[in-house]
Design a protein around this ligand. Structure first.
Ligand code: TZP
Ligand code: MG
Length: 218
């Protein structure tokens, strides 16, 4: 399905709903390249511990890859970097700046996403004009210290109140993604289940396939 964002030509998610987020490990660009072959709709460059120079260099390579694969390229947190890379958009956490401010800094036609953890935050992000919301965590994860875990039941509970695309996040794997999709996720955001896999392409492809399948275990 296609969902028009912010009245621009952007569509989200373009095909299926694999939203891949980068990790901090070595050989990132190579692992992302393999993952994109499996079928990724959106890549978010999340580089919390890297210098601006490294972010710029790595970000350029990743953006180039995304362009080649037709993947939407989003930068986490760093609006300056998003501008410098001419990324498709930026993703903001609850403690990052406001959506309107990001939109003004990025200019027209860019995607602004916001992390949310409950109905209040989700409604507020919608009201503030986000293009999509992140929602989680779904499950425990080693990739980030989790302070809120609404889970799939939390996702079910907000789904009908939120018109924006919902990107579920946190501990999602090929084994549990069907439950997350069944709970109403438009996309699944993943780090480790794809980028720590020995075959990031197969992991991404498996996740993508789950969007075309009925969940046997609701
Ligand atoms: N935000 C909430 S959970 C999370 C982020 C960035 C990490 C998701 O990583 P994984 O490995 O897919 O659980
Ligand atoms: Mg943040």
């Amino acid at each position: 399905f296609r969902l028009v964002i912010n009245n621009t030509a952007q569509v989200f998610p373009p095909v299926g709903g694999v939203y891949l987020i980068t990790d901090q490990d070595d050989n990132l660009v190579e692992r992302v390249r393999i993952a994109l072959r499996g079928g990724v709709a959106v890549l978010q460059y999340r580089a919390k511990e890297k210098s601006h120079e490294t972010r710029l260099e790595e970000g350029r390579e990743l953006k180039q890859l995304c362009k080649r694969f037709g993947v939407t390229f989003i930068v986490n947190d760093d609006i300056r970097l998003a501008r410098e890379l001419d990324a498709d958009g930026v993703h903001l956490g609850q403690d990052d700046g406001g959506i309107a401010e990001a939109r003004e800094l990025l200019g027209p036609g860019k995607i602004v996403g916001k992390s949310t953890h409950n109905l209040d935050e989700a409604l507020q992000a919608e009201q503030e004009g986000a293009d999509y919301i992140g929602f989680g965590a779904m499950y425990p994860t080693d990739s980030k210290v989790i302070t809120h875990m609404p889970g799939t039941s939390g996702l079910c509970a907000i789904r009908d109140r939120i018109k924006l695309p919902v990107v579920a996040i946190g501990g999602i794997t090929t084994s549990n993604a069907c439950r997350v999709i069944d709970a109403g996720a438009d996309a699944v955001a993943v780090i480790s289940s794809v980028l720590s896999s020995p075959r990031p392409d197969i992991a991404a492809a498996e996740l993508k396939l789950l969007f075309n399948r009925t969940c046997p275990y609701p």
